[in-house]
Design a binder for this molecule. Structure first.
Ligand SMILES: [Zn+2]
Length: 83
């Protein structure tokens, strides 16, 4: 019994879609081809995950995202106290 509802054509469509998306991003941001072959875009990442770029994960430091989250919480708390 097959659990596949969509055919090979759909899978190819999704694969090509993600390849084009990541290729466009790498061209726009880095200005070069991140991978040598197009197929690598479908599975591979196009960001850097080294300790310098992902310092929040590696060293447990607050990132811009965390700071935004805490400021949002503060605003929500002040709104709550005003009522
Ligand atoms: Zn990096």
């Amino acid at each position: 019994m097959s659990t596949e509802y969509r055919g090979i054509g759909y899978r190819r469509y999704v694969r090509d879609k993600t390849i084009l998306r990541k290729k466009r991003i790498s061209k726009a941001v880095y200005g070069l081809d991140w991978y040598k072959h197009d197929g690598q875009y479908s599975k591979g990442k196009i960001h850097c995950s080294c300790g310098l770029c992902k310092y929040g994960k590696k060293y447990g430091l607050p990132t811009i995202r965390d700071m935004r989250e805490t400021s949002r919480e503060k605003i929500l708390l002040s709104d709550y106290r005003m009522i």
